[in-house]
Design a protein around this ligand. Structure first.
Ligand code: ASP
Ligand code: MG
Length: 410
C-alpha cells in the first residue's frame, strides 16, 4: 500500500479516552476507522484516567518537598504504560502499531522540572513507522533534556506533544479527542444553554485557554498557531461534529464567543512602592526567575510618589509570589504586601471586542445588575476580564452568558 501519498493526521487521546481496557479497545477501533478513511495516522496519548494525579499523591505521601527531577521520572511512567497498552490493543484489532517513549520519538525540552519547554522534535523514527503503515503511538507530556533526563511539559501537556508532533511531521491536522464534544461557549455545568462553537481562531482559543477554559492546554494552542496546524477538538466517545481551531474562521455572527472563569488564581499586591525606574523590572524578573508567571498586572500610579502593583498568580505559586514581594517590600521601603485567595477571574472572549466600544459597559452593567462587585478590570482586543469574589464567579458567568450569547440575536 502507498502510505506516502496519504495525508497525515495526528490523533491525541486524553486520559479519560484511554482510562480502561474497554476504552482502549474503542479508541483502537476509532483509529482503525480513521485509517480506513485514507489517512496516515500518528497517535499521542495521555496517562490512563487519573494516573498522573495518583502518582503525584504517592509522591506527596513519601516526601513533602519533592525534587522536581524525581517527580518527572515518576510521572513519565503514566504515559509509558498507556502507549504500550494502546499499541497492544491496536495490534489486537489487526492494526500494526509501535509505541514510542519521548526518547524514542525525539522530543527535546529545556526548562524547570515539571515545566519543560519543547525546543525540538526529531520525529524521523515516528514518521518512518507511519510510512511503513505502522501506527506510531507516542507518549504525551514528556521530553528529554540535554543532559538526558526525562522532563514533563506541564499539566495537560499531551496536547502540546500532539501539536508539536503534528508541526514536526507537517501533518494536515491535529485532532484532540476527548470526553467533551468540542469547545463550548460556556461551562455546561455552569451556564444554562451552552453552544458548541463550530470554528474559532487560534487567538480566541488561546485567550479562552489562558483565561480558564480547560479544554486545551494554552501552550499547545500557541504552538498550533505558530506552525499553523489546524486543530480539531471532538469527542472520542461519540461521533459528533467538533470544533475547528484555524487561522481564519468563518464568523458566527456573535461578538462574544465564550464566557469563562478561573478560580485557581490568587491576587497579590505590593503596596506603596517608590515610583522610580526599575521597580517593576526587578519585581517581575525575580518572579520569572522562580518560574512564577504573573497575569493581569495592574499598576496604580495615582497617589503621588508611590505605586501599588497588583497581579494574579496561579494559587500553587502564591507562596513564592508573596515571598518575592516581601523581599522587595523590605528592600524598597514599600508600604506592605497584600494577597487574596478568595477570588476568581471572569472573562468574555471574542476577536471582535476591539471593534465594539459598547462591550465593556455591557459587561459591567450585567455584573452590576447581578450585584457582583468588580475588584480588578483588564481589557485586551480579545477579552474583557473582571476579578470578582470566588463565591460569585459562577453567578457572574451565568449572567454574562445569558446576555452575550443566549440573548444575543443574530
Ligand atoms: N497526564 C498528564 C496530565 O494529567 C498530561 C495530560 O493529560 O495531558 O496532566
Ligand atoms: Mg489529562
Amino acid at each position: 500500500m502507498d502510505w506516502k501519498g496519504r495525508p497525515l493526521t495526528v490523533l491525541k487521546f486524553g486520559g479519560s479516552s484511554v482510562a480502561d481496557p474497554q476504552r482502549m479497545k474503542e479508541v483502537s477501533c476509532r483509529i482503525r476507522g480513521i485509517r480506513e478513511e485514507g489517512f496516515r495516522v500518528a497517535v499521542v496519548v495521555s496517562a490512563m484516567g487519573s494516573t498522573t494525579d495518583r502518582l503525584l499523591a504517592l509522591a506527596r505521601d513519601v516526601s513533602y518537598y519533592g525534587s522536581g527531577r524525581e517527580i518527572d521520572q515518576l510521572l513519565a511512567t503514566g504515559e509509558q504504560q498507556s502507549v504500550a497498552l494502546l499499541a497492544l490493543a491496536l495490534q489486537q484489532e489487526g492494526v500494526p502499531s509501535r509505541s514510542f517513549t519521548a526518547l524514542q520519538a525525539g522530543f527535546k525540552a529545556k526548562g524547570f522540572p515539571t515545566e519543560g519547554r519543547l525546543f525540538r522534535v526529531e520525529a524521523q523514527a515516528v514518521e518512518d513507522a507511519s510510512l511503513e503503515g505502522v501506527v506510531p503511538v507516542v507518549t504525551g507530556f514528556q521530553a528529554i533534556t540535554e543532559s538526558g533526563d526525562v522532563i514533563t511539559l506541564g499539566r495537560g501537556g499531551s496536547d502540546l506533544s500532539a501539536v508539536a508532533l503534528a508541526g514536526a511531521l507537517k501533518a494536515q491536522s491535529c485532532q484532540i479527542l476527548k470526553d467533551v464534544t468540542g469547545i463550548m461557549s460556556g461551562d455546561p455545568k455552569v451556564v444554562r444553554s451552552p453552544r458548541k462553537l463550530k470554528e474559532l481562531s487560534y487567538e480566541e482559543c488561546m485567550e479562552l485557554s489562558v483565561q480558564g477554559a480547560k479544554v486545551l492546554q494554552a501552550r499547545s494552542v500557541e504552538l498550533a498557531a505558530r506552525y499553523e496546524v489546524p486543530l480539531y477538538v471532538a469527542s472520542s466517545f461519540v461521533e459528533e461534529e467538533g470544533t475547528w481551531v484555524v487561522s481564519n474562521p468563518v464568523s458566527e455572527g456573535l461578538v462574544i464567543k465564550a464566557v469563562v472563569h478561573d478560580a485557581k488564581v490568587a491576587k497579590v499586591a505590593l503596596l506603596g512602592v517608590p515610583d522610580i525606574p526599575g521597580v517593576a523590572a526587578r519585581l517581575f524578573s525575580d518572579l520569572a526567575e522562580k518560574g512564577v508567571g504573573a497575569e493581569m498586572i495592574i499598576q496604580n500610579g495615582m497617589r503621588g510618589g508611590v505605586n501599588d502593583i497588583g497581579f494574579l498568580v496561579k494559587k500553587e505559586n502564591l507562596d513564592q509570589a508573596i515571598e518575592t514581594c516581601r523581599a522587595m517590600n523590605r528592600e524598597m521601603g514599600a508600604q506592605g504586601v497584600s494577597f487574596d485567595t478568595e477570588i476568581a477571574r471572569v472573562s468574555v472572549v471574542g476577536a471582535g471586542i476591539a471593534n465594539h466600544p459598547e462591550m465593556p459597559a455591557q459587561m459591567f452593567q450585567v455584573l452590576a445588575e447581578e450585584g457582583v462587585n468588580i475588584d480588578m478590570i483588564a481589557s485586551t482586543s480579545l477579552a474583557l476580564t473582571c476579578v470578582v469574589a470566588a463565591t460569585r464567579a459562577e453567578d457572574a458567568v451565568r449572567a454574562l452568558h445569558d446576555h452575550f450569547i443566549e440573548e444575543a440575536a443574530f
